[in-house]
Design a protein around this ligand. Structure first.
Ligand SMILES: *Cc1c(COP(=O)(O)O)cnc(C)c1O
Length: 376
């Protein structure tokens, strides 16, 4: 059996290696390393894939969130509602900009932000909602867009984990996740579903004026070189990464199919097991399985993780400490105990290996090892 990894990037590379090598040589020979035709082509191809008017490349997914908030002119004193059960990036950029992060709890089945709790957290200072489409599944955008409309709030979708997922509204309309709010953001970090071979990120919007502002913020607040209209940042996607992403974008749906097939294998193996809950599927969204995350109850999570690792099966806890309990972001408004579902999940979640390259033999070994823990 091939050794099992959380993500098998080398196996995936082998299948596209000649194409990638040719693309890299092409970029080097062109000497257009920053922006230029590769980045433009990727932006256009992604826009077509997502069905969105504008895609704007930037340096990473964290920058994308920061640029979104700067372009929307969010200011110190403004409040942004987001999930605490997520990667820290959102909270970090909110804090860097002097904005106040306000945490909402998540739903216990999908792990996504709970619209009812968003409602409870709205104050006169609230300016934006940042739903994170966690682990590959769209948050409840029907409800979130309705709340935003009612209270005149911006919506920035953190789509670093769910690129390619389809969302179906209650009226039957379908849209790609990340193109629904005012701005969507993504990361091309290597282990993401659409990952490059370094850092990268992008922003999506259907709003022409906002697209202009986003590009300006990315480029030192400048539209005409050496004339600076607003405070900006230097955040660019480089051409080598764009060339790699153009190749991988063509395979993205096929990658999602491979991830779903691994997920189905896991589902079947774990059906009916005590102490194991497989990830809930929201019928409004397709799932692209950035992570396949179990809930392990009965206090077995940490011991099961050790058992897996002792038997050659890596497993990860996403996330062990929620943002509101991190030393950097603790605050009196959101003390321990105030987000009960989030806090409970940090004790129960366990993500199994998930990648486009898992084979039958590896999947069987993983599921057999989970079962052997409970049958000791
Ligand atoms: C990965 C990730 C980010 C940050 O992306 P980087 O490219 O690493 O900066 C932000 N939010 C979520 C939910 C992520 O998973």
């Amino acid at each position: 059996m091939k050794p099992i990894q959380m993500v098998d990037l080398l196996g995936q590379y082998r299948k596209i290696q000649p194409e990638v090598e040719a693309a890299l040589a092409r970029v080097i020979e062109s000497t257009a390393f920053i922006n230029g035709p590769e980045v433009k082509a990727l932006e256009q191809e992604m826009a077509a894939y997502l069905g969105v008017k504008h895609v704007i490349g930037c340096a990473n997914g964290t920058d994308a969130l920061q640029i979104a908030m700067m372009a929307l002119d969010l200011k110190p004193g403004d409040e942004v509602i987001t999930a605490s059960f997520t990667f820290v990036a959102t909270v970090e950029v909110v804090a860097l900009l002097g904005i106040t992060p306000v945490f909402a709890d998540v739903l216990p089945g999908t792990f996504n932000i709970d619209p009812a709790d968003i409602r409870r957290k709205i104050t006169p200072k609230t300016k934006a909602i940042v739903p994170v489409h966690l682990f590959g599944q769209t948050a409840d955008m029907d409800a979130i867009m309705a709340i935003a409309k009612e209270h005149n709030l911006y919506v920035i979708e953190d789509n670093c984990q769910a690129i390619g997922a389809d969302y179906t509204f209650s009226d039957g309309r379908k849209q790609k996740c990340g193109t629904i709010g005012n701005i969507g953001t993504t990361s091309f970090f290597p282990s993401k579903n659409l990952g490059c071979y370094g850092d990268g990120g992008a922003l999506f919007t259907n709003d022409d004026a906002l697209a202009k502002r986003l590009r300006r913020v990315c480029n030192h607040g400048s539209e005409v070189r050496y004339y600076h209209e607003v405070v900006g940042v230097n955040s660019r996607l480089d051409a080598m990464q764009a060339a790699i992403l153009r190749i991988k974008l063509k395979h993205l749906d096929e990658y999602a199919t491979a991830r779903n097939s691994a997920a189905s294998h896991y589902d079947r193996a774990f059906a009916g097991m005590a102490h194991i809950t497989v990830p809930e599927r929201d019928p409004s969204s397709t799932h692209v399985f950035h992570q396949y995350t179990l809930k392990v109850t009965g206090g077995h999570r940490d011991a099961l993780k050790k058992h897996l690792e002792a038997n050659g099966v890596p497993a990860m806890i996403y996330y062990p400490v929620p943002c509101h309990l991190q030393n950097a972001y603790k605050n009196a408004r959101c003390p321990e105990g105030s987000l009960p579902i989030t806090e409970q999940l940090t004790h129960e979640v366990l993500s199994l290996p998930m990648s486009t390259e898992l084979d039958e033999e590896q999947l069987k070994h993983i599921t057999a090892t989970v079962k052997s823990y409970f049958n000791r």
